[in-house]
Design a protein around this ligand. Structure first.
Ligand SMILES: [Zn+2]
Length: 285
């Protein structure tokens, strides 16, 4: 119980931005706000590139602490942020927070949900562009309880690598011998990109929008790919799922991703349709 109390008294440190992190535009249109615990999270939209971002936002360091010690810990205990009314055409969706569940039950529910929500879209997208086989090297950034990597390994025999900040999720990942835990934060890609080990695919399934410097991270991810490698990104689609919450310094849509692809000199393939709540894309090297 005392641990829950700790979770509820958590506070971020905040910093303010004077320009758009993607295009450098200085005009910001106020674009929504949420509150959680005793904190405000305000958003702006950039009229130049269409990026929606939190401003002011938690610092990189305070997010690191949050993801290490609090994020999955609070999610699986059903005390995380929750707000109705953000999702277009909401029907038949089970929220983690509908019922109070204990930690183990919460973890179990979460794994089932992650498997349903993440593995199918990831594997079908990867298979469109890559032959998944023994010797394929697949990295997932924000692995959480390693449902996707687990299934990819079981079904295709691929080599799996994980980057995951949460202590609670890392304990779960370490139980799987065939997953190499090679980093804690997405920012670790900077160092990893200088290594010999390269990947056929890098997966960001609901994790890129949770980072403070996603555009640097994508550049390092590109460097970490083998020739012809791909980056899979799935996140909420601003147009149909304006998922403002304390974990999302960014809410993406098609236009900012097109600009990002141009900047990275990568090919962008959009797999989702404009009315899908999830924006699913492939960046191809
Ligand atoms: Zn912009």
């Amino acid at each position: 119980m005392s641990k829950n109390k700790d979770l509820l008294s958590f506070r971020f440190d905040f910093e303010g931005l004077s320009e758009c992190p993607l295009c450098g535009g200085e005009v910001m249109i106020p674009n929504g706000r949420v509150e959680w615990l005793t904190m405000d999270f305000w958003y702006v939209a950039c009229p130049q590139c269409g990026l929606k971002y939190m401003n002011p936002r938690p610092t990189q360091e305070s997010y690191k602490t949050f993801y290490k010690d609090y994020f999955w810990q609070q999610k699986v205990r059903n005390i995380g942020f929750f707000q109705k009314g953000q999702m277009w055409d909401l029907d038949g969706y089970t929220w983690d927070t509908d019922k109070k569940t204990d930690k183990e039950k919460g973890k179990d529910n979460k794994q089932k949900k992650l498997k349903a929500l993440r593995f199918e879209p990831v594997s079908s997208a990867l298979l469109k562009y890559k032959k998944l086989k023994k010797g394929s090297d697949i990295l997932e950034v924000g692995t959480s309880f390693p449902v996707t990597l687990n299934e990819l390994h079981k079904q295709y025999g691929v080599k799996t690598y994980a980057i995951e900040p949460s202590e609670e999720a890392r304990l779960e990942i370490k139980k799987h011998k065939y997953i190499s835990l090679i980093g804690r934060y997405a920012e670790d890609l900077e160092k990893l990109s200088q290594k010999k080990q390269k990947f056929d695919a890098i997966i960001f399934s609901h994790s890129l929008e949770n980072t403070v410097i996603p555009f640097d991270i994508m550049a390092w991810a590109k460097k970490s790919l083998k020739k012809g490698g791909i980056i899979y990104v799935q996140c909420s689609n601003l147009i149909t799922y304006d998922q403002m919450n304390p974990y999302h310094p960014y809410i993406f849509s098609s236009a900012p991703f097109s600009l990002l692809a141009k900047k990275l000199k990568m090919k962008l393939k959009q797999l989702s349709s404009p009315k899908d709540r999830m924006l699913t894309v492939i960046f191809e090297k």
